[in-house]
Design a binder for this molecule. Structure first.
Ligand code: 5GP
Length: 122
């Protein structure tokens, strides 16, 4: 773990803050984003905290695999495996990471827009 401060997601994992849990294993928790950006928008969070996906990959590739497999499970539960979905790890400032406990966004359930430079057209 790279820093000491507890984040909101530890409190969700500890069930101190309520969340709409979609899927859980021994190592990960998946719950709906409070500010959904698509019809399906679920966050997959490893129960052990790393700051971002780069730190997670370097420290525990198996746990990163658990996160990606959980994203697949969430897509199946939500019925979007076939229609398609996006898995996003926002990493640091320019990407808009706001919670420094690594998490995958699983987005789908409708046609998603392009992404990239702020304000850029398609
Ligand atoms: P980031 O911007 O760090 O990639 O993603 C953090 C995400 O956490 C945001 O999409 C935000 O809507 C979500 N979020 C922030 N606070 C809460 C909360 O209290 N509950 C849930 N379920 N999601 C939250």
């Amino acid at each position: 773990m790279s820093d000491v401060a507890e984040t909101l997601f530890e409190r969700i994992i500890a069930r101190e803050i309520p969340a709409d849990v979609v899927y859980e294993t021994e190592t990960v928790l998946a719950f709906r984003d409070i500010n959904a950006q698509a019809r399906v928008h679920v966050l997959v969070v490893p129960k052990t905290r790393y700051r971002n996906v780069a730190e997670l990959a370097a420290a525990d590739a198996g746990l990163l695999g658990d996160v990606v497999l959980a994203a697949k499970a969430v897509a199946e539960i939500e019925g979007i495996s076939e229609s398609g979905y996006r898995v996003v790890f926002n990493t640091e400032g320019d990407a808009g990471q706001t919670v420094f406990h690594v998490h995958a966004h699983v987005l789908g359930g409708e046609q998603l827009g392009f992404f990239g430079r702020h304000g850029a057209g398609a």
